[in-house]
Structure formats: C-alpha cells, structure tokens
Design a protein around this ligand. Structure first.
Ligand SMILES: NC(=O)c1ccc[n+]([C@@H]2O[C@H](COP(=O)([O-])OP(=O)(O)OC[C@H]3O[C@@H](n4cnc5c(N)ncnc54)[C@H](O)[C@@H]3O)[C@@H](O)[C@H]2O)c1
Length: 435
C-alpha cells in the first residue's frame, strides 16, 4: 500500500520565530471570496463579527489549548491587505458586486474596504474565457510581466512598512491544461518566461513573483500553479512554503465528511451524484467547459482516494461518481448543492441518502483564506519550505510529494494539521529542556 500524508514522518519541529510587526496578505483576484475575507477580518477586529469557521481563531489543540495561544500566529490587527484584479474596483465595490454581506456589515467598514484597491492584473484571456478586464498590465513578454509583478510585491511591502507577506490566490479558475515541458524544472520555466511560452498561466506568474520575493503562496482554485515541479523547486530554492489546491468548501467538504464514515462502517457505495446551482461570477466562469474541467478533475479525485476501491472491490468497485455545476444567476453566492448517494448494506440491500446543502460559497471560503495566510506565515517562521501537506485539510485537491497518496479524509487531515501545530507548540519547551 502507498503511504499517505498521515503516515509520513513528522515534519521538523524548529520553534517558529515570533510574529513581529505587520503581515501583508496579498490576494491575486479580489472578488467575492477575497472581499468577504477582508471584510470579515475588519469586522472581527472591531468586535463586530465572529471569525466562525477559522481553526486558527477558534480551534483547540489536543489537551484543550487554544491554537492562537499555543503557537505564535500573526494577530488580526496586524494584517494588511493588497492584491490584484482585472477590474479596477475597490474591495468595497467588489463586496457590493458580490452581494454576500449585508449593509449592516458593510457600513461600519466602508472606508477601510474602499481604501483597498487592486494593482493591475496579469491576465491572458485564453485562461479565463468568460472575463475581460481593462485593469491589466501591458508588458509584452511574460518575463516582463513577471518582473513587474515582483516590483508590485516589493512596493506593497515597502509602502506598508512590512517585512513579511503571504499570498492566497482568490482569482477565477483558469482553464484546464496538461503540464507542459516548461513546468518540469525551474530552468525550463524561466526559459519559458523569456520565450513567453503559451503554457505559462497568469497564476503561475504571480506565484513565481511571490516566491522570488520570499512570499509564501497558497492556491485556492483547482488549476495548476504551485503543484508543478518548476515552482516547487523555486519554493525550495527560496526557502518559502507553498500549499494547494482548491479551497475545500460546500459539496466536497460534505463528501469528505460523510465518505470516511460510510467506509468506516463498511457500507457499500454504488453511486454518488452531486449537482449544484450557483449564480456568482465564479459560477459564470465555471460555465466555460475548460474552467469547469479544472474543477471537475479536482472534485472527482476525492472519493476514490477515501474509499480505496482497489482494497474493497465488493463495496466500491463499481462506484459511479458524477459531478455537475450549473450557473444559475438568481441564486448569486447562495449555492444549493444536492447529493444523491446510492448505498449498499447487509446482503446487498440498497438504500439512499439525500443531501440538500443551502450554503454560501464565500462565507465558507473566507475563513480558509484566513487560516492559510496565518499558517503559511507560521510555517515560514518555523523554517519550512516547499509543499506543506499538513495543510491538506483546506483543499479539494491536496498536493502530496511524489509517490505519496494525497489525503482526502477530512478527519485524518485534521489530525495531521493539529499534530503539526502541536509539535510547534511544544518545540520551545523541548529546546529549553535540551539546553
Ligand atoms: N467560494 C468557494 O466556496 C470556493 C471554493 C473553492 C474554490 N474557490 C475558488 O476561489 C476563486 C474565487 O472565487 P470567487 O467566488 O471570489 O470568484 P469571483 O469571480 O468573485 O472573484 C474572482 C476574481 O478574480 C479576478 N481575476 C480573474 N483572473 C485574474 C487574474 N489573472 N489576476 C487578477 N485577478 C483575476 C476576477 O476579476 C474576479 O474579480 C475561484 O477560482 C473559485 O473557483 C471558491
């Protein structure tokens, strides 16, 4: 049997350096998720909203210690926001367009949100067919675009008097692409930048620029960014942690809660049909088959990994798994997801489970952005570099090292996350004991 991330040896346990000063949070893509995240942090620090869904803010480690008290995380008051978008709209305008938060929540933070304005985007329309924007960089070569993006990062750090920043992709889902030769190594990738290789996507340019500037990067969408060998190599070379891909919210969150339970009881699953309607801009982008393909690949992998049909052919060998996303404007961000699960029990008798999840996409995703920003910053201060598999808890398509099975089971992912934080929490005491 192949290893999963939960059976990997524990990561090194250097005590993280303290979180001194402010932490920049850079958001490539400032739409519904990004504006809901920023607004939530602004409200929480005024005591006007609770950061529900954030393990960093509300979680506890084994033994009951609060995560925030056990490990040195950046404080909410210390977060400074920036980002890029192809629409020249402030975070306030983005929040109004997204229509996620009510006037009651937006009113007290109007000016603060309005002050967050996007930098010009790196954008190639062939990667997101449904959008056109004018707030984009015009440099001709991909190398020049990448260098301009690096300069953006440096300026953001300088203007805000920051020593540290992290980046979390909250931009649209890019079209599905197979890995190309330019993704195989850093050298090939940088040659690709010089030659404006068509296989290099906007998100890869942001990631390259952030990593070059020592800024950790998480990918909240399903397309390939930091999962390619070239950018993993860069993350190692620059000593920067990365994580991905695709925020685990909504339907996939439910799937990875329920499937491990069904498997634990050795109940068979013959079919799992998932369909949903959503009407936000994300839904519009996903209406394009190439962007949907990225999502479909990300959503479909989950069940096979959890149920392991190769070990249990009688229970899961003929499982039919289907995922549909339907763009339906009247619902906006208030997605409705239906699951029909065809089960098989004792002597093969059939049963069904129906789920109807009336969720809110950005409300589910915002706390994940916060946790990823805080934990990637923590990891960097602990000397971590490269892919952070212990953050799989947050992703639909968690990336694992070569030869290791990605872990999809939410409970195992949770254990790995808490165990890693627990080791960092214990590290200073252990170092003192060794002196
Ligand atoms: N909300 C969820 O539950 C959830 C779950 C998993 C993944 N995601 C992913 O998170 C991302 C954000 O979702 P959202 O609902 O905020 O979408 P959104 O459409 O409201 O926001 C995305 C923003 O990205 C911008 N953008 C697109 N390409 C860009 C580029 N190259 N550079 C800079 N900006 C760019 C768009 O102009 C838009 O403002 C999507 O990729 C979505 O698939 C969301």
């Amino acid at each position: 049997m192949t290893d999963t991330i939960s059976s990997l040896p524990p990561r090194p346990t250097d005590a993280p350096a303290p979180a001194r000063g402010k932490l920049g949070v850079l958001l490539p893509g400032m739409g519904a998720v990004a504006s809901t995240f920023m607004a939530g942090v602004m409200l929480a620090r005024r005591g006007l909203g609770a950061p529900i869904g954030s393990l960093a803010e509300l979680g506890t480690l084994e033994g009951g210690a609060r995560v925030r008290e056990a490990v040195p995380l950046a404080g909410l008051d210390d977060l400074v926001f920036g980002g890029w978008d192809l629409f020249d709209e402030s975070a306030l305008d983005a929040a109004l367009t997204a229509d996620v938060l009510s006037a009651r929540h937006l009113e007290p933070i109007r000016d603060e949100l309005a002050a967050v304005r996007p930098m010009k985007a790196v954008f190639f329309p062939e990667f997101v067919k449904r959008l056109r924007g004018e707030h984009v960089k015009t440099a001709r070569s991909k190398r020049d675009l990448a260098e301009e993006t690096r300069a953006d990062v440096r300026r953001f750090l300088r203007d805000n008097d920051l020593e540290r920043a992290v980046a979390v992709w909250c931009g649209s889902t890019e079209a599905w692409r197979e890995p190309a030769p330019c993704h195989r190594s850093l050298e090939a990738f940088e040659r690709g930048l010089d030659e404006s290789d068509p296989a290099i996507s906007p998100s890869q340019i942001y990631a390259w620029a952030c990593l070059m500037e020592g800024v950790p990067y998480a990918n909240g969408a399903p397309h390939m960014t930091v999962s390619c060998p070239a950018l993993v190599e860069l993350a190692h070379a620059r000593g920067v942690p990365v994580a991905g891909s695709d925020f685990k919210t909504g339907q996939t969150l439910m799937k990875t809660i329920l499937a491990p339970g069904l498997k634990a009881r050795m109940l068979g699953v013959r079919g799992w049909f998932s369909t949903n309607i959503l009407g936000n801009r994300d839904g519009e982008v996903l209406d394009d088959p190439e962007s949907f393909r990225s999502k479909e690949v990300s959503k479909l992998g989950v069940l096979d990994h959890i149920l392991e049909p190769e070990l249990h052919p009688d229970l899961y060998g003929d499982l039919y798994h289907k995922v549909r996303i339907n763009y339906y404007p009247p619902r906006g961000d208030r997605k409705e997801g239906w699951d029909n699960i065809d089960l098989r029990g004792w002597l093969g008798y059939d049963m069904q489970v129906k789920i109807d999840f009336l969720c809110r996409d950005s409300i589910l995703a915002a706390p994940l952005v916060l946790d990823l920003a805080l934990f990637l910053d923590l990891a960097q201060r602990a000397g971590e570099r490269g892919m952070q598999e212990w953050l799989s808890f947050y992703f639909k398509s968690p990336i694992a090292p070569p030869g290791v099975r990605p872990e999809h089971d939410l409970f195992r992912q949770h254990q790995t996350l808490l165990a890693t934080l627990g080791r960092w929490a214990a590290a200073p005491a252990r170092l003192e004991a060794a002196e």
